[in-house]
Design a binder for this molecule. Structure first.
Ligand SMILES: Cc1ncc(COP(=O)(O)O)c(C=O)c1O
Length: 389
């Protein structure tokens, strides 16, 4: 198996080798990574809910009441009352008729896309969509047309050209995970209506974050009832794990019957479901947490911009600090780490070549002191490496 060594060597040469960092503590704003105390500036735990006492208590209680594992798939023996309660809660939160919970957001995307489309169908996918959407498209065997990022004119040309397929599916991230910008949903809704296409939005980074209640992109754009397939995760702002799809009764019933990643996998354990349920309660009771998240994002973003960093987008708590070169991005992340800030570099294939970046995310739980220390570290690292002057 000599090829393994060769491939790994080549990855290292191109600055694309990946290794695991070890978290020695929780996803708190200050934590221990690889044995070193640092400010965590890259977690998707946007609202800090993994640390919330109500979520922890709910998870602990669920273990004592329901045990540690689900013991079977949802359709066999693993469907607890808690799963159903969570699905009802999500449907209510998303203002849809029903919802279905998958074990991960990744599984929600591949399960949904493959259930909805096949060889006779066509998918129109934004070029910066998440890997789980890309993998869903590949697995579905549908023809897949990639349209340039957010270019709805180019998308419309494709829709016109390929309208003869059995089913047309437009799929997009709501908040793009590596860029933090938003999909042009109002225009996508119009195009979907005009060309009789299905529209699917991945709200992994919008759930709990965007919209007046944190319900996601549809709420943010005032498009309630206009996006038939709304996917999201419970693993990011919701502070637990799992993915979901919200939509009509028929859609959810269909997915329960057809989505292979739902059918053929053991259900999520009760503690995970109970934590997610508690998160929705906290979100309802405490809108201030989301306000704090936005204030923190605004503070950090403007500080970085003032220093001369290029920030790719300004619409969400994802703050991509563009570096460009993959090797330099790795060096930047290393420097930041040595200065006590954990924000790993993101390189191809996660992002297109030449657009490597340090992907910064803020949390509602970062203090002003955390953010000031992080800004000072960025300044020092950026100047040392010649990213800013
Ligand atoms: C846009 C997007 N979709 C889907 C996923 C997958 O979600 P999960 O981590 O819950 O599998 C992620 C994150 O990993 C994501 O960023």
């Amino acid at each position: 198996m000599e090829f393994l060594k060769e491939e790994l060597f080549s990855l290292k040469q191109h600055g694309l080798y990946r290794h695991l960092n070890t978290m020695d503590n929780s996803q708190a704003s200050r934590t221990m990574v690889n044995g070193k105390e640092c400010i965590l500036l890259s977690s998707n735990n946007y609202l800090g809910l993994t640390e919330h006492p109500e979520l922890k208590a709910a998870a602990g209680e669920a273990v004592s009441l329901w045990g540690t594992g689900a013991g079977g798939s949802r359709l066999i023996t693993g469907n607890f009352r808690l799963h159903e309660e969570l699905e009802e809660t999500i449907a209510h939160f998303k203002n849809t008729e029903a919802a279905i919970v998958f074990n991960t957001g990744y599984m929600a995307n591949i399960g949904t896309i493959t259930a909805l489309t096949g060889q006779e169908d066509i998918i129109f996918s934004d070029e910066l969509n998440h890997a789980s959407i890309i993998d869903g498209c590949r697995l579905s065997q549908a023809k897949t047309m990639i349209y340039p990022h957010k270019k709805t004119g180019a998308l419309e040309e494709l829709l016109q050209q390929f309208r003869g397929y059995r089913r047309l599916l437009i799929v997009t991230d709501g908040v793009f995970s590596m860029d933090g910008d938003l999909a042009p949903l109002p225009r996508l809704v119009k195009l979907a209506e005009k060309y009789n296409a299905l529209l699917m939005v991945d709200d992994a980074h919008a759930t709990g974050v965007l919209g007046c209640r944190g319900a996601g992109s549809a709420e943010h754009f005032g498009l309630d009832g206009k996006i038939p397939i709304q996917m999201g995760t419970l693993s990011k702002a919701i502070g637990s794990a799992g993915g979901y799809v919200a939509g009509s009764y028929d859609l959810i019933d269909y997915l329960r019957n057809k989505a292979r990643s739902f059918i053929f996998s053991t259900a999520l354990p009760p503690s995970v479901i109970a934590a997610a349920l508690a998160a929705f309660r906290v979100l309802r009771k405490n809108p201030q947490i989301r306000k704090q998240l936005y204030m923190n994002a605004q503070y950090l973003r403007s500080g970085l911009k003032q220093m001369g960093f290029t920030i790719a987008a300004e619409e969400s708590p994802v703050i991509p600090v563009l570096i460009g070169d993959a090797n330099k991005t790795v060096q930047m992340a290393q420097q930041l780490f040595s200065l006590g800030v954990f924000a790993p570099g993101i390189r191809p294939p996660t992002v297109p070549p030449g657009t490597s970046r340090v992907r910064v995310t803020v949390m509602a739980t970062h203090t002003r002191d955390d953010l000031d220390k992080a800004l000072a570290a960025f300044k020092q690292a950026g100047q040392t490496l010649g990213v800013i002057y």
